[in-house]
Write a protein of this length. Structure first.
Length: 706
């Protein structure tokens, strides 16, 4: 394929084939509901859309719409190239093309909708991260680039904006408009991409091959580790001169392995650059910097990302520029470009093979939340515009919970109305958005705000409290108790692993979403006291950052709070097995009596039901309720305890339970006593790490092609 300018002759150089299975109709614009504008340029728009017909009805996609009449010859080539490349690409870290089709005036690409926003913007705004964290993202990116190269494609436009995060925090490489299949001599010559990320051979137009992508990979690595770009002049020309000639200043705070990798990526002679040799990506994978990466697990997404984006209901787009998302989503008809337009874009239509196979369809729930930003993620209108507020269903010291009805769908939800003068609920909202996708954490649907209150619209817990459900049966087995504990402890373990402590794990905050109950319906609710581990500057800290850089007293407090969560779970486990509470005999017990029993570890594990309970259960209860928080097991250790590991073999003997009112009253008395006891003192500020001080949020804007 010839250079960057070219004439019309280039239009037919890429053979595009139709991929439409017999018996399946092609997609067309009428099959997609426009929800939001995600982006806009001279070429057209990108919309958030929902499929409204077919096997994948209800699924959300990003729809890239290109107007044929405004596409230059080069842009036409790009559109066809992007479609052609994405048809062939199937990789966990690359955006997926699901449909491609055209009308008389437009071309349409239907792609994955990635809710997490772009990686670097998100991390620089929200999270502190370390070399270990950077290593994870670079490793996923290396696998994506290698796959593209294996198809004979040079990516050529590696920059922060093109690396998006999915809802779990894995990367997804997108935007293949500048990618190129090299000529027979394995070089391409056009000058394109974002100048700060360009390799020297792209800048000097001597021809470039796959090695150009590994230079850009090095630029990204440098930027992630230091917060600044390796080559950035006062203007475009000066930046290009630096790329060609300037000596790179290597920051000495980087590890020797990181410095070594950067040096071999920033080789101006592409033949000497790491990744350009016969071994290809294996040269990079075997570099000491990546020594701790298990590449097979990484490819299977078995390694947890360092950071999980806060995303709510599926159609949210608050990580996209509000300049675009505030616009009404309208797809104009498009002026017919010429009589032979269809011929120019012949073969553009495409249906992803998996969509033709009904057995492979996993219909996404049309669900979750839609706020924008003020308190962060707040919707701009009034709650009563969309919901009818009904009777009160619960009350706390700073909030009231009411039933509400969604006006258009007639679906019932719960709305937590929080008094802003009594409570700052930003942390609660952030945690629910970030982790509410866990199957056993309550789902936050919408957030509203007025002068006095914040309104959190959440799924309605139709099945009521866990204890009410159990106690209504009068009889309960050890095996049933273990199933519930496995679900609850697993959920708490998930939170603790992400640096979140709940701090209010009383049984009344464990509820069922459905009347049928069951493990899938159990929800951990009320995150009003929950905390995420943060640095002094307010940024979240990844587990790796936490382990390496956090002041000991902060970790000590976090560990104390996590141990309190375990203690609360111990109270629940004791109650499920004994049919009564561990430290209070009833609602009338005084705080002094209860605290004395707690302080002296006066646990009765012999009388009543305990004669029919296994030794392993008693051992676990004793550990979880240990007076010394340092000697309690972690949530992960509880999950590994033999009682839970072998839960399927436990006794089904029916255990006697006290009256519900007695048990619930005793539990309330216990938590009232604990909350009134002296707490640990407030801790001083965290010393902000050098890594955080170095981070700058500037981002080059100069995307260019000449």
């Amino acid at each position: 394929m010839g250079g960057g300018g070219g004439g019309d002759s280039g239009e037919h150089e890429i053979e595009l084939r139709d991929v439409v299975k017999e018996g399946h109709e092609r997609a067309d614009p009428s099959q997609f509901e426009l929800l939001k504008v995600l982006g806009q340029g001279s070429f057209g728009k990108v919309f958030l859309v929902r499929k409204v017909v077919g096997l994948d009805s209800g699924t959300l996609y990003a729809m890239k719409v290109l107007k044929k009449a405004t596409l230059k010859v080069r842009d036409r080539m790009r559109a066809k190239m992007e479609r052609n490349i994405l048809v062939d690409v199937r990789h966990p870290f690359i955006v997926r093309l699901h449909y491609a089709f055209q009308t008389e005036g437009k071309l349409y690409l239907i792609l994955d909708f990635l809710r997490g926003g772009d990686l670097f913007t998100r991390l620089s705004n929200e999270v502190m991260f370390t070399e270990e964290d950077v290593k994870f993202y670079l490793a996923e990116l290396a696998l994506a680039l290698d796959h593209i190269h294996s198809l004979g494609i040079i990516y050529r436009d590696l920059k922060p904006e093109n690396i998006l995060l999915d809802a779990d925090g894995h990367i997804s490489l997108t935007d293949f408009g500048l990618s190129k299949l090299p000529l027979d001599d394995k070089k391409a010559y056009s000058f394109c991409g974002t100048v700060e990320y360009m390799a020297p051979e792209v800048v000097n137009r001597k021809g470039h091959s796959f090695a150009a992508d590994w230079w850009s990979f090095g630029v990204l690595m440098y930027e992630m580790l230091t917060g600044s770009l390796p080559f950035q002049g006062a203007n475009r020309k000066e930046t290009m001169t630096q790329i060609m000639k300037a000596k790179l200043g290597m920051p000495q705070f980087l590890s020797q392995e990181a410095q070594s990798l950067l040096r071999v990526l920033f080789k101006r002679n592409p033949a000497n650059r790491l990744g350009a040799g016969k071994e290809g990506v294996n040269e990079i994978k075997t570099h000491p910097f990546f020594a701790t990466i298990d590449w097979e697990k990484l490819l299977k997404k078995e390694i947890h990302p360092p950071f999980k984006p806060a995303v709510s209901r599926a159609e949210d787009a608050f990580y996209f520029d509000s300049e675009f998302t505030s616009k009404s989503p309208k797809d104009s008809p498009g002026i017919p470009p010429s009589a032979n337009a269809h011929e120019l874009f012949r073969g553009f239509s495409f249906i992803a093979p998996c969509l033709l196979d009904q057995e492979n369809i996993q219909e996404l729930p049309v669900s979750r939340t839609e706020p924008v930003t003020k308190l962060t993620y707040v919707k701009g209108n009034a709650v009563t515009d969309e919901y009818e507020l009904r009777e009160e269903i619960g009350r706390g010291s700073y909030s009231v919970c009411r039933l509400c009805l969604h006006r258009s769908t007639k679906m019932e939800y719960a709305v937590k109305v929080i008094d802003k003068s009594k409570r700052d609920c930003q942390e609660e909202v952030d945690i629910l958005l970030r982790y509410g996708h866990h199957s056993n954490i309550v789902t936050l649907r919408d957030v509203y705000e007025d002068d006095r209150h914040v309104y959190l619209v959440m799924e309605l817990m139709r099945g009521g409290e866990l204890l009410d459900r159990i106690l209504s049966h009068k009889l309960f087995s050890e095996k049933e108790a273990s199933a519930i504990m496995h679900t609850v402890v697993g959920t708490v373990c998930y939170l603790h692993q992400h640096g979140v402590v709940h701090r209010d794990l009383k049984p009344s905050n464990l509820l069922y979403a459905t009347e049928e109950g069951g493990a899938d319906a159990l929800r951990l609710c009320d995150f009003g006291f929950a905390k995420q581990l943060r640095a002094e500057n307010g940024l979240l800290m990844t587990p790796c950052y936490t382990a390496n850089f956090v002041a000991p007293e902060v970790l000590k407090r976090q560990g104390y709070d996590a141990a309190c969560d375990i203690w609360s779970l111990g109270v629940l486990l004791y109650t499920l097995l004994a049919g009564r509470t561990p430290f209070a005999n009833g609602p009338a017990e005084s705080p002094t009596q209860i605290l004395r029993r707690i302080g002296h570890s006066q646990l009765d594990l012999e009388s009543g039901n305990w004669g029919n309970v296994s030794f392993e259960a008693k051992e676990l209860v004793r550990k979880m309720l240990h007076i010394d928080p340092h000697r309690r097991p972690t949530a992960a250790q509880v999950l590994q305890h033999s009682w839970l590991v072998h839960r399927h073999n436990l006794s089904t003997h029916r255990l006697q339970l006290q009256e519900a009112s007695v048990i619930k009253g005793a539990i309330s008395a216990t938590y009232r006593a604990v909350s009134q006891s002296p707490r640990a003192p407030n801790l001083g500020p965290v010393v902000m790490s050098e890594l955080a001080r170095r981070r700058r949020k500037s981002r080059p804007k100069s995307s260019t092609e000449v």
